[in-house]
Design a protein. Structure first.
Length: 383
């Protein structure tokens, strides 16, 4: 048992540090529900840009929620990116009766671009707003979300504001996995540090990235990150690197997204950016997987196979993990009870990361939404 004593102590110490960082960090982020709507007379024009590819399942509800925003000065630009389903027809049908809605149909993807990034870049070229809101085609928005977000951005003199959504998923395991993913994302990104100019931490949320048009164009917009699968985070990074002011706000009361409808969807959906998030480096993948397995999965095994002080320490680690993940739930519109799935969720995530890295290396690239992007090409777009 002596062999496991110091690993247990190190794990407990590590999670104590993590707990202090995340619990204080989470409370440093402001909730959007605490922000009042901006007066109509003070509302700058906002261009809402939505990239859509084969989104017929969700785009009708998402677009109607956007068109139902109570913001007085906006335009909506939907970019139909080579859809092979009914997305284009749905968007055209809605646009026929919705004056603020413009539609761009893309039929070919230029070399050197990811489809979504090119779609958002194309939409930004048609935008006339002082602010640009980049969003996904499956995001359902509450009517006051944009007005609140614009007021928060204006009052804090920000150039970029990301707002977190509520992730809804069916079944029992997927909501558990979603909450654990949020925990790990917070641990990795430390979004509460995005506003600190002295920190390298940055933030971007695909559901809601609100940017000053002037700042976006000054950093080269999506053309600068044209081959980044993690475009939302990298948009925040290039803005911050150029001295722009970024921040994040909690918005689960105002934004909703069906993240994944099945475990299979989650596995294939994360193929796009799990390896990219590690900068395509096994030297970052392997430590991440080791941390997940030894720090988050092994404690649950240890309490059954070990005894004495080591078992007691690992029991403390498990209690701390569950309390910590449950605490994260309150800020993200999740249920605290989903924290009990932390161990199987961590195991599932470690498998996804390893699987994605291996597949990307074996294939020599990423297959995403019917298009293949080579790793050699992707790695050239260093941000």
């Amino acid at each position: 048992m002596t062999l496991f004593f110091w690993p247990a102590v190190i794990t407990a110490g590590l999670y104590t540090v993590i707990a202090l960082d995340i619990t204080t960090g989470n409370r440093a982020v402001r909730a959007l529900r605490e922000v009042l709507s901006i007066p109509p007379s003070e509302a700058p024009k906002v261009s809402i840009i939505v990239a859509a590819r084969n989104e017929e399942r969700n785009i009708h509800e998402a677009l109607h929620s956007i068109l139902g925003l109570d913001y007085p000065n906006m335009e909506v630009i939907v970019v139909d990116d080579r859809s092979s389903d009914g997305t284009g027809a749905i968007v055209d049908r809605i646009a026929a009766t919705a004056l603020p809605l413009k539609v761009i149909h893309i039929t070919d993807l230029p070399d050197g671009w990811l489809g979504k990034n090119h779609a958002l870049w194309s939409g930004s070229g048609r935008a006339t707003g002082d602010l640009l809101l980049f969003s996904d085609a499956d995001i359902v928005m509450e009517p006051t979300v944009l007005s609140r977000a614009v007021r928060y951005l204006q009052e804090n003199r920000l150039d970029h504001l990301a707002v977190t959504p509520r992730m809804t998923m069916p079944g029992t395991f997927l909501p558990m996995f979603g909450l654990s993913f949020i925990f790990y994302f917070s641990l990795f990104a430390r979004p509460w540090k995005a506003r600190d100019p002295g920190s390298r931490c940055h933030i971007g949320i695909g559901a809601f990235n609100l940017v000053r048009s002037e700042a976006y164009r000054a950093v080269g917009g999506h053309e600068t990150i044209r081959l980044r699968p993690d475009d939302d985070m990298k948009l925040g990074k290039i803005l911050k690197k150029h001295g722009c002011r970024s921040d994040v706000a909690y918005g689960p009361d105002f934004l909703g997204v069906e993240w994944y409808a099945s475990a299979r969807e989650a596995v294939h959906g994360l193929e796009k950016n799990a390896f990219a998030g590690c900068d395509y480096r096994l030297s970052l993948v392997l430590p991440a997987v080791i941390f997940l397995l030894l720090g988050s999965v092994f404690p649950y095994i240890a309490v059954f196979v070990l005894d004495g002080a080591v078992r007691a320490i690992y029991c403390m680690v498990i209690v701390l993990q569950i309390l910590l993940v449950a605490d994260c739930a309150r800020f993200h519109g999740s249920r605290s009870r989903n924290a009990i799935g932390f161990a199987p969720s961590s195991l599932f995530l470690s498998w996804i990361i390893l699987r994605t890295a291996v597949l990307n290396l074996l294939r020599g690239g990423i297959c995403w939404r019917g298009t293949f992007y080579s790793l050699k090409e992707l790695k050239r777009n260093v941000v």
